[in-house]
Design a protein around this ligand. Structure first.
Ligand code: CTP
Length: 410
């Protein structure tokens, strides 16, 4: 059984709803937060209750919903204090233009704005997911309030761009629940890579034979995409160079799509020196067809002649050979003798760290087991053996890379 721990296990959250049409999405957001392991107390403004009832949120959170500063059910009569003293974060989704204006002014005329003001600002972050018409969002007053809230330490998530409930089109939609969950998890994660730049390659490459055919492999890109997400959670600025895969881009990650090994090389090399870490998870084709046919090769009736191949450039070895290389992490997919092959790659490509995994069994799967090989020795992830899902492994690997960077700098 693969090891995995819900992303928000043990976290206590306050989910605030102010008046916006996206209140209907907040029910789904709440369901995702609870599924991710969080204990969630919901607070709703009077306007929010016009869009969705507290009963829905009570049923989904399994806890009472608080709407009133003067709620007599609170034993000490201080809901605004009780709700925030134990909370790890306050997330307001949707955050209306009016609520943002009131928060920017430090007003406390209803329970939601009151508890935001009363929260311990150093240990209980405030995250806002704006939701409003695009003209309201673009208005100088709202932009002024948003800037003030950021200056006060709030994290604004979104808004998104797209079609709005009113039929207009622009910035102002609340982010989708899955995106809010990903941003919240990132906001609550430790930041051992804060301020660092991380470059990652992922997926297979596709080496064209003619306009419709090519050579490729079964890499899904899942490990590289999980690493990009984990590095972003750890505070890094992440660039992901991806071969042809069917995966959504992790939130907050810059993605560059390529097809062939040569394109991947051309995308990576000019960027590499400006990065602190380079992780090569891509399953780069070692060879490409020596010539690309301009037109589809036709079945002529005869058996096709041999396909001539040329060797592709080694992206990882080229980055590691730069005058001032980033900290380079290679991946080794082997079918046997994992430690010996990984150590051979460490030496041959002059790398500080190689991560081995037994393939092709891992291709496309959601779980894996890794072996870290460096000058100090060998280390299994997950610690103690077994398997774990790729995001859990990616987070553990990012923590290990950060630990090695910190040791090297000390
Ligand atoms: N790599 C790369 N560019 C290439 C080939 C590989 O950047 N043209 C990187 C991969 O992303 C991975 C590591 O190098 O991090 C894999 O090393 P490699 O020696 O290519 O592995 P194998 O192809 O498995 O080697 P071998 O066939 O010798 O086992």
């Amino acid at each position: 059984m693969a090891e995995s721990r819900p992303d928000l296990a043990g976290k206590r959250l306050v989910l605030g709803l102010s008046g916006g049409i996206a209140c209907y999405k907040s029910a789904e957001l709440l369901r995702l937060l609870v599924k991710a392991g969080a204990s969630v107390r919901v607070v709703m403004t009077e306007s929010a209750q016009r869009f969705i009832t507290p009963v829905t949120m009570q049923a989904l959170s399994g806890q009472p919903v608080t709407c009133d500063t003067w709620d007599a059910a609170e034993p000490n009569g201080m809901a605004h204090i009780n709700l925030t003293r134990e909370a790890d974060a306050v997330l307001i989704a949707p955050a209306s233009a009016d609520l943002m204006a009131r928060l920017a002014q430090g007003r406390a005329d209803d329970l939601l704005s009151l508890l935001c003001l009363a929260r311990p600002i150093d240990r209980c972050p405030l995250l806002l997911a704006p939701d409003m018409n695009c003209e309201m969002w673009a208005h100088p007053a709202t932009q002024r309030n948003a800037a003030q809230l950021r200056a006060d330490g709030c994290l604004l998530l979104g808004p998104d761009h797209g079609e709005q409930a009113c039929g207009e089109f622009g910035d102002g939609r609340m982010l989708e629940p899955e995106a809010l969950l990903e941003d919240l998890v990132a906001a609550l994660s430790p930041k051992p890579l804060a301020g660092e730049r991380v470059l990652i390659t992922a997926g297979p490459t596709f080496e064209a034979i003619d306009p419709v055919r090519g050579l490729t492999n079964r890499s899904s890109g899942k490990m590289g995409f999980a690493l990009a997400r984990a590095a972003r959670e750890a505070g890094a600025e992440v660039t992901l160079v991806a071969g042809p895969v069917h995966l959504p881009t992790p939130r907050g990650v810059r993605r560059i799509d390529v097809q062939s090994a040569e394109q991947m090389y051309a995308a990576v090399l000019p960027l590499a020196a400006a990065h602190r870490v380079f992780v090569a998870t891509a399953a780069v084709a070692d060879w490409r067809p020596a010539a690309l046919a301009d037109h589809k090769i036709k079945k002529s009736g005869e058996q096709p002649s041999a396909l001539a191949l040329t060797e592709n450039p080694d992206i990882l070895a080229a980055v590691a050979a730069l005058p001032q290389p980033p900290y380079c992490v290679g991946f080794a997919a082997e079918t046997q003798n994992l430690a010996a092959h990984a150590r051979e790659k460490l030496r041959r490509k002059k790398l500080p760290l190689v991560v081995g995994n037994l393939g092709p069994a891992t291709f496309g799967r959601d779980d894996n087991a890794l072996l870290l090989v460096d000058a100090a020795g060998e280390q299994s992830l997950p610690a103690g053996g077994g398997r774990a899902d790729k995001l859990t492994l990616a987070r553990q690997l990012v923590a290990e890379i950060a630990r090695r960077l910190a040791t090297a700098a000390a």
